[in-house]
Design a protein. Sequence first.
Length: 277
Amino acid sequence: MIPVLELKDLHVLLCGRHHQDVELVKGVSFSVYPGECLGVLGESGSGKSMSMKAAMGLLDNGFHVLGSARFQGEELLGKSAEELRRLRGGQVGIILQNPMTCFDPLYRIGAQIAETFAAHSSWSGEDIRQRSLQMLEKMQIRSPEEVLEKYPHQLSGGMLQRIMIGIATSMKPALLIADEPTTAIDAVTQFEILNELLRIKLEHQTAMVFISHDLNAISRVADRIVVLNQGLVVDQGDFHHILHHAADPYTKLLVEKRADVMRRYRQMLAGKERTYA
């Protein structure tokens, strides 16, 4: 089976003055298959988001990308900006970290949804409106007609994140990239978002790359986990492997922190630790 996305020996260099380039991603390789979720785990600056941005053509001319990034067997590196733009939002859906900054504050939600749908389909204006309403209902957004008329600042971060997921999945992409999608929202909404991503993966056999620094979030959705540290893949395997057989010190530290949080949580539930005087 051909991977939906395959990175091979991917390098990303930040072009500096006097040809003093800084290597940010140092030979990253991984793949993801239909119906599979690959979790990419790492702290800020580890290269996890940078790797995916490089593959999808989202870096500017200040970066130099080497290696290979293949989508359904076709090389992405070297494609024109227009070719990659058509790919993103169509066959590849992207969910970004902070929904508050991903919508233009000057335009209504309905206009922004319509712009995306029009760019990747031949639907009429009425079709776009009906599909927009259906998408909002599917994402459990109340009063969808009213929401289409609202501006981004009038909606909560959780609502905007659900709308972003709805937009990203409406074109039935072969690949969904979720870059820290639960970071800027509350715990209850995080739970709902993770459940929605699981549903999408199972119902549509969508390949998914879930990028996060949160081991708990990744453990809920990922079939396999790749751990990045300082631009290198330092560990990989399923959640059981990461939890019990991680070889890398950084991965072990993440696991220990998670275990400490869960131990404290169980103590509080058992009433062994008083939380107030």
